[in-house]
Design a protein around this ligand. Sequence first.
Ligand code: G3P
Ligand code: MG
Length: 229
Amino acid sequence: MSEFILFAHRGASGYEPENTLSAFDLALAMGARWIELDVYAVDGELVVIHDDRLERTTNGTGFVMDKGLSYLRSLDAGKGQKIPLLREVFDLVSDRAGINIELKGSGTAAPASALIAAAITARRMTAEQLIVSSFNHKELLCFKAIHPEIRIGALVSGVPRRSARFAEKMEAYAVHAGMNIVNRRFVADAHHRGLKFFVYTVNTGEDLKRMQDMGVDGAFTNYPDLFSY
Ligand code: G3P
Ligand code: MG
C-alpha cells in the first residue's frame, strides 16, 4: 500500500496565520512532508492567499485581484506577516517538502507554469515535489497542457453524476474533495480509474480514521502535528 499523505492545509494554519511564511515554516518544523496553499495572479506574480477578498485574513479591503502588488504587499496578513509570493514559499521550502499549489484565481496557470519551470531548471525543485490543483478545471487543463509531467488534482464541491469520470478524462492524478461529500463509492470509483483521493479538511483523529476507513489516500489538515508521520 502506498504511503498516506498528510498536507499541512494553508500551512500549520491551526497555529499560525494561514498561508503565511510562518505557517509554512511551522509546518516544516512539525515534520509535514507536504504543504497546501492557494494562489491568485496579480501583476504577473502569484500571491498566496485563500479568499478572493482581503478582509478575513488581512488588514486590507476589497478584492485581491482588483489590487496592485505593492498594495497587497503592504498589508498585514497576521502577526506582522506579509501576504507571501509563491516564489518566496519555493525559497523557504526548497526540497524539504512537497507543495500542493491550488490555483484560485483566473490567469494563474501561465505564471504558475513559468515559476515552476524556472524552479525545476534551477534544480531547486522537482516535478515529483508538486501537485497543482483547482476547482477551476479549465485553468487546471491549461496548466497541464504546458506541464504534462506535473500531477494535477481535480477539486470538486459535490459528487459528480458519473463519480470520478471527470478526473480520469482530465488525466488527473487525484480527486480532491471536502469531507462532507466523501463516500466509499466515490473513493472506490476513483481508485478503479487509477486515481488517488485526497480529502479536506481533517482536523481530528476521529475524522481521520473515518476517512481512512473509506479508503482515502491522503488528507489536508490545519494541525499537522496531531498526526504522526
Ligand atoms: O486544496 C484543498 C482545499 O484547500 C480546498 O478548499 O477552500 O480550503 O482552498 P479551500
Ligand atoms: Mg486550498
